[in-house]
Design a protein around this ligand. Structure first.
Ligand code: KDG
Length: 336
């Protein structure tokens, strides 16, 4: 029996190693990758695909250890750990990082993208590379853009059917001045707060509402403490798949290439799962008793008009070159 087990193990090892070209340079590494969301969020499938791809390319030498639900700290705290070289990776929203790189605020401009197709084209094209280059100057290597998604409002007090209904609602927003201003401009009492504190703040009624994509409202169970969901699609936030540049610079070219390739393979899986789960999450939220309303086209346009002033106000802090580049890219994609 022992001989059989040895032969089997040797066979598996040989298969794994056969997948790796003899000349490839890989070192045994444990890559700690943290998320603010829970593992049943589409990021769970993304990390699974990323891990399997790296195992295949490195013969099992590059291992990914996933941490969920802010186990290694919130988005900003984990990102700072990357910059100091004490953690390898984080999958984080771009929004909490604008204090590190103001240009990231461009993604928070209200009603920027009309649909996922536009978002993918901008993020995976020259504009995404423009942001990637800037991220490297602040110690962060972005391997790919995954999907956080279109954001919608939940609250415990009333349906929001027109922008005036925001008045007096205490709404948690990400720690980001563009979001803060957007919700203040809509009349809400905006409260910046780290993601990990949101559920308790909603449960204790310290805040009335929050805003996130359906899959996050589902997998973070916000529906348990939110009576109303209003489909506003007021912003689309990407996830950055970041590697510590301090640690990246110590990797071989083969390891860097494998990480980049696998983050893109995993991106396509994560987006696919995110878009498949989105509808299912909305139905689940409805099934749990949350009252869902969709803004009609006229009220959605009025909300867009009301939030327009945020663009002018923040263009200077985000960076006029970055805002113009985004606008030019969208004009090109829309064929206008
Ligand atoms: O780590 C990712 C989460 O923190 C992400 O869901 C951030 O959308 C976000 C929020 O509302 O903070």
């Amino acid at each position: 029996m022992k001989a059989f087990k040895f032969t089997l193990a040797a066979g598996v090892a040989a298969t794994l190693l056969a997948a790796v070209p003899a000349y490839a340079q890989f070192t045994e590494r444990n890559i700690r990758l943290s998320n603010g969301v829970n593992e049943d969020h589409p990021n769970g499938k993304g990390v699974e695909k990323f891990r399997a791809c790296l195992t295949d390319k490195s013969g099992g030498k590059l291992k990914v250890q996933g941490f969920w639900g802010n186990a290694l700290g919130g988005d900003l705290q984990a990102t700072q750990a990357l910059r100091s070289g004490t953690q390898e990776m984080v999958v984080t929203s771009s929004s909490p990082l604008i204090g590190i790189l103001p240009d990231l605020g461009v993604f928070d401009l209200p009603f920027l993208f009309a649909n996922e197709k536009e978002a993918d084209a901008v993020l995976d094209g020259s504009f995404g590379k423009h942001i990637d280059a800037k991220l490297e100057t602040v110690g962060l290597v972005n391997l790919a853009y995954w999907e956080n998604g279109f954001r919608n409002l939940t609250n415990s007090r009333r349906p929001v059917e027109k922008w005036e209904d925001f008045k007096g609602l205490k709404v948690r927003v990400m720690q980001n001045n563009v979001f803060l201003d957007t919700f203040k401009t809509l009349g809400a009492n905006a409260v910046p707060m780290a993601f990990g504190e949101v559920f308790t703040a909603l449960e204790t009624k310290a805040i009335d509402g929050q805003e996130n994509p359906f899959v996050t409202i589902d997998t973070s169970k916000f529906y348990e403490v939110q009576k109303y969901l209003s489909v506003t699609r007021h912003a689309y936030t990407p996830f950055l798949v970041l590697y510590s540049k301090k640690l990246w610079d110590g990797l071989s070219k083969d390891e860097q290439a494998a990480l980049r390739d696998c983050a893109v393979v995993a991106r396509d899986e994560q987006r696919k799962v995110s878009r498949e789960l989105s509808e299912a999450s909305l139905n689940k939220i409805k099934g749990e008793g949350t009252v869902v309303n969709e803004l009609n086209a006229q009220e959605a346009n009025r909300m867009r008009e009301q939030a327009k002033s945020v663009w002018e106000k923040h263009a200077a802090t985000i960076g006029p070159e970055t805002v113009k580049m985004m606008q030019d890219e969208l004009t090109k994609i829309r064929g206008k």
